[in-house]
Design a protein around this ligand. Structure first.
Ligand code: URA
Length: 233
């Protein structure tokens, strides 16, 4: 792909805008030499206004989603995309969150501009395990693990039973739940069906990729080995 189109696709402006950036000498190589539109150079050496060019298509990010923001661009109020550089919202292909977390759920949220990868992660066929830690309003009854693991649990207004999920009790009102599906408000609805309420909910891993110590509200790109980890558990 020609440099102008490639840089325009990364959200730096229209092709006309990017051509103007070249003409005004604002696009350089790592040594500071001005680049021209028909130069052929490795992308990771390109600088725009002395800053490295954003990563090319195929970008995958992880975020520690904070409380109080939502995952749909259409939602009113703050959305997760507001935490990413504004250019990331106008890239082509676009960056999308990989599934969604509720406004009141924190933790590991992935983003990518790779549609095939996104579908592979969220497809129920792939069975990527998502692990959540929940604190609950009331003590666990003791039979939740068996119910969640049964493969027959029905959520209200759904036609198909839930796939088996694994519950690990961490305390009287504290549990870790591993699920392979991504149904609407799934974890909250599972506990609600047992007469309980989720007070806090945090996603701690997706497949073999763990949130780790990424601070709330922060994000970072993933390398290929980290992306592979998603499918490695
Ligand atoms: N289950 C929920 O109830 N909420 C989330 O955000 C994710 C899973």
């Amino acid at each position: 792909m020609k440099l102008v189109k490639l840089i325009a696709n990364l959200g730096y402006g229209s092709r006309k805008d990017v051509t103007a950036l070249f003409r005004s000498g604002r696009i350089t190589d790592g040594a500071g030499d001005v680049l021209y539109t028909d130069d052929v150079v490795p992308l990771d050496t390109i600088r725009v206004d002395d800053e490295p060019l954003d990563p090319p298509a195929g970008l995958v990010l992880m975020m520690n989603k904070p409380l109080g923001i939502t995952c749909s661009r259409k939602d009113p109020g703050r959305v997760v995309y507001d935490l990413l550089p504004p250019r990331y919202s106008v890239r082509s292909p676009a960056m999308s969150s990989v599934g969604r977390l509720d406004r009141d759920t924190t933790g590991l949220l992935l983003f990518t501009d790779d549609g095939a990868l996104l579908h592979r992660i969220i497809s129920p066929k792939t069975q990527v395990t998502k692990v959540y830690e929940a604190t609950l309003a009331q003590d666990l009854r003791g039979d939740e693990g068996e119910l969640f693991a049964s493969g027959t649990m029905m959520l209200e207004s759904e036609k198909e039973p839930l796939a088996p999920a694994e519950l690990e009790v961490l305390g009287p009102r504290h549990a870790r739940l591993s699920v392979t599906e991504g149904r609407y408000h799934q974890v909250r609805r599972m506990f609600a069906a047992t007469g309980n309420n989720v007070e806090t909910l945090r996603r701690v891993s997706v497949g073999g990729l763990v949130l780790g110590d990424l601070p709330l509200g922060e994000w970072r790109p993933l390398d290929a080995s980290e992306v592979a980890l998603i499918f490695a558990a």
